[in-house]
Design a protein around this ligand. Sequence first.
Ligand code: XMP
Length: 488
Amino acid sequence: MSDYYRNKINSKELITTFDDVLILPGYTKSYDVDIGVNMGKYHFNLPIMTAAMDTVTEEEMAIKMALLGGLGVIHRNCSYEKQLDMCISVKRARSFVIQDVATINVDATVKEAKYHMEEAGISGVVVINNENKACGIFTKRDIPYREHEIRNGKVKDYMTTDIISIEPGASREQALAMLFKNRIEKLPIISDGYLKGLITIKDLKPEFPNASIDNEGRLLCALAISPQFPETSQVRKILQKIDQYVDIFFTDVADFYKQKDFEGTKKLMKFLDSNFVLGNIGTYEAAEHILTKAGFPEDKLIGIKVGMGSGSICSTSIQTGVGAPTIYATAQVADAINDYNPDISLIADGGFKNPGDLPKSFSVGADLIMSGHFFAGCTESPGYIDTIQGRKVKVYRGMGSKEARKLGGKYIADRYVEEAKSLPEGVSDYVPYVGPLAGVVESLKEGLSNGMIYAGAQNINEMKRVKIGLVSPVGLAEQKPHDLMGKY
Ligand code: XMP
């Protein structure tokens, strides 16, 4: 008598999800917790990412998220041209080096310079001679007092010719020292007489000290990408342009564990210079394959993103019977990463309902988490604020929903099984409008930090070592407020 199928069911491990586990309290030495993490060469003061979804992350969200220390992954349900524009906006949003420096020709009049500065809302311009070299600085303080001198005077007669400048590639600290030593506020970057940029004291002392930045002080930029290698040279060309503004590409498919996606991505990784996070996957075997057999260029691969079917707008598991809930997938892939390449970061993606789900993810091996649900209702997400029965709401939709596929169509066809055109794998709905991102991030940070304090972990690595237990259905019910009159 065969027991193959009975064993198939009876000997299986439990596929757990967030509510199934609870972290056990640990010995707390200090309330000082550090939630910062590294991924590849990048540092994040906030181990949180916003999902690559068209109702979650476009440039406004990506900029704000990076300013707050995390990362927003720009979606791909649009043209490459639009993606390029969004990436340029992120890269230009903040830098301690200004590239498009306002200049004026040496033969310009004082009146022209004054108008130019007022129009641009700046207090000074670099003066350029007819050989295109920097030859002076003209600021509002150099504008003569008398009206007729303003009218008829030339910039060259009033500018400062002794330019204090710095060489390209100077560090933030070198620039700060130079500005302080000379008691100036602006420092042109000059090489062989040619103007290469400008550093200002304002940009060196940022309002957002936790921002996720590259080594030029620009915000980190992440973009979702199809795992397929583009067929046309036109698309390849624009991808190369995009590559100049992106730090990390995220392959963006529901299930990355496919030969076709592996082959396409290998080509992309050779073709593009930026780093890659691969995903989504959900099992030890898929991670083992990626890390040992697939042959992805090791210098480019910095992370793996996991979770399938857990998202609040997902219906993949319902529609197809296949899935890997985020906490289960995280534990699976974390073991493979430990076994084969501990330098790779793990991103737990989707299914987060409460701030307490964050510490749970880290306790089973995640380095960072990604959510759409927490952020779709923020001011910074794309879309309008609507009102339903007096409540402010915003639309949140799965990338496999009918609505998202109708809008982008061809752009995300390969996020799911291309042939399954009529089977939606996500839904579209409303979520409450929750105000600016900063407030949401603050609550998540508090949930995470307090969870770490209770668990006795002072950083994310220690968090990976805390003890967890499985919760019975009765235990789960007890975690929520209960036995109250429910009047308020
Ligand atoms: P949350 O729980 O934050 O999940 O809403 C966001 C993650 O869900 C994935 N995603 C989808 N999965 N059908 C799916 O099965 C979809 O239509 C869909 N859209 C997004 C994605 O990984 C995202 O980060």
